[in-house]
Design a protein around this ligand. Sequence first.
Ligand SMILES: N[C@@H](CCC(=O)N[C@@H](CS)C(=O)NCC(=O)O)C(=O)O
Length: 225
Amino acid sequence: MITIYGFGRVPDLVVGLTRDLRVLWAAEELGLPYQVHALDFETDLRTDAYKEKSDFGQVPVIDDGGFVLAESGAILLYLAEKAGAITAADVRRRYEITRWCLAALSTLEPPMTVLNLLMISRSPDTEMKTRLTQWVEMRLEAIDERLGEHAYIIDETFTVADVLVVTMLRMLGGLGIVEKFANVRAYLARCEQRPAWQKVLDAYEDRLHAKRGAGRRTIPERLAH
Ligand SMILES: N[C@@H](CCC(=O)N[C@@H](CS)C(=O)NCC(=O)O)C(=O)O
């Protein structure tokens, strides 16, 4: 049984946007049994015991029979390989998936995360928001083209790379950025409708004692409260 260290409490603004959801969703899609060790964002990440598991004191972390692994990208690749969805024998596929995980984490995530932070913190820095929006849109244009040809980011099969791309797109929901790209919009809806995602998000909302739907709010809906 894999233990997933995820959140049991986070600030209301980020409910449904935390990175433990990546691991929970991947484990669910891959059919791997897991249990959740729920942590409080405010108090549990800075303890010595938790620092033993995560050098940076961050979520997510997994413990698979004593093998402790941090970093959502590494965890997703590990889980996919463990479940047999990535095989060493199929080297090209293995690196296609790795490539899109790295692209999501290194090319998409930085501008998207900073833009999300500027938005949810109601930053007055409009110049930075405009520049980041342009940067993100350049990337989304390229992804939109791909998604015009394929149902998922690599081909017609959902992979852990989609888990990363989708959880990043969700950070910008309702800002009118993702919404500009018809194929990306349809892809996001298609992935969010997957039963594994719905199951994980429901359980997450329950664990965090959040209202049903709290994790599904757009950024403007979060800010309206
Ligand atoms: N690169 C890490 C980032 C993890 C991360 O930023 N986690 C956030 C929660 S979504 C966290 O633990 N924040 C608390 C902190 O950074 O101190 C990953 O992808 O796993």
